[in-house]
Design a binder for this molecule. Structure first.
Ligand code: BV8
Length: 266
């Protein structure tokens, strides 16, 4: 069966072909087709099934470190079992193509997975940190940790918090006192040093931004596309749904990243 035509694709493709400095701002929807759950979608979103207050704040970690650590370890193992999809691969190929002609494509992602990197792309900023970086919750020393592999066939099943197997976070080898925590930006925490500044600098000089797979609800990341509009760049949004940003976008391509991005950069 022929795929459905994507409305406004020709307009967006013309922008993509003309662009020499591109910034891709990605969110959870880009990794959805890889099997990584998004956050706010009905039924499947993590924040539909779990409470961010119970799991994604520093207070939550301090009050129940085993719960928070074990839940993040589940997510890390789940992502390890996922592979990049056609959307990640299209962005990586576009980045290589622009670099080869002396131009640039910069990626700033809200995603805490490593699927851009595993698709072969270089990421300028992980705005909300990474599930695969750890540090001491007390002294801040960076630490290595292996979340292990998910049991065969079990990676995708969302654990019930009541019955989930709980594991205490390892102690910090540097200070011997603190517990390790995931290198995630929890609600109320600052973004990683320099991440916002580097992204804003790239947006200042871009001629096209592509905003893909984000509900545009979490600040300050949700404001970034407006910085591109502010310098006169075009902004293409790729999302099957309408978001807070859609009316401001130069073009909104309503479709899944795995279908739309390969068509956009062909
Ligand atoms: C900060 C934890 C400064 C990590 C995450 C009012 C009250 C209280 C606080 C605030 C407030 N207003 C603003 C704030 C601040 C707060 C905030 O924005 N809250 C919002 C929710 C109201 N922000 C912060 O706290 C940030 N820090 O402001 O620091 C500060 C600090 C101290 C004192 C003063 C100032 C920190 C933000 C970091 C939050 N961390 N999670 C984790 O566990 O992973 S947020 C979580 O949402 C993820 O990290 C994720 O990256 C982020 C964004 O989500 P999206 O990627 O957009 O995903 P979502 O599910 O929402 O949407 C998916 C989209 O994909 C949908 O639109 C869907 O249609 C689309 N889609 C689906 N399939 C596809 C698709 N698109 C394309 N293709 C597909 N196939």
């Amino acid at each position: 069966m022929e795929p459905e035509p994507i409305p406004d694709l020709a307009e967006a493709t013309a922008l993509a072909r003309a662009a020499r400095r591109v910034v891709v701002l990605s969110g959870a929807g880009l990794s959805a087709a890889s099997g990584v759950p998004t956050f706010r979608e009905a039924q499947t979103g993590l924040w539909e099934r779990y409470s961010p207050e119970q799991l994604a704040t520093e207070d939550a970690f301090r009050s129940d470190p085993e719960l928070v650590w074990s839940w993040y370890q589940w997510r890390a193992r789940l992502i390890r079992s996922c592979t990049p999809n056609a959307g990640h691969l299209a962005v990586a190929a576009w980045q290589r193509r622009l670099a080869a002609s002396g131009d640039s494509l910069t990626i700033a992602t809200q995603n805490v997975d490593d699927l851009h990197e595993r698709a072969g792309a270089e990421v300028l900023a992980h705005l909300h940190g990474s599930l695969f970086e750890y540090r001491c919750a007390d002294c801040g020393a960076p630490a290595e940790h292996d979340p292990g592999a998910a049991p065969e066939g079990d990676a995708g099943s969302a654990p019930d918090l009541e019955s989930m197997r709980r594991v205490a976070p390892p102690s910090c080898a540097a200070c011997g006192v603190g517990m390790l925590r995931p290198g995630i930006v929890w609600f109320g925490e600052m973004l990683p040093a320099g991440a916002l500044e580097r992204t804003l600098a790239a947006l200042q000089h871009c001629d096209l931004a592509v905003v893909v797979g984000t509900s545009a609800t979490v600040q300050p990341a949700a404001s970034l596309p407006y910085a591109a509009l502010g310098v006169g760049a075009a902004v293409v949004e790729v999302n099957p749904e309408v978001t807070e940003f859609s009316t401001a976008a130069s073009v909104h391509l309503r479709g899944a990243a795995g279908q739309v991005l390969p068509a956009l950069v062909r």
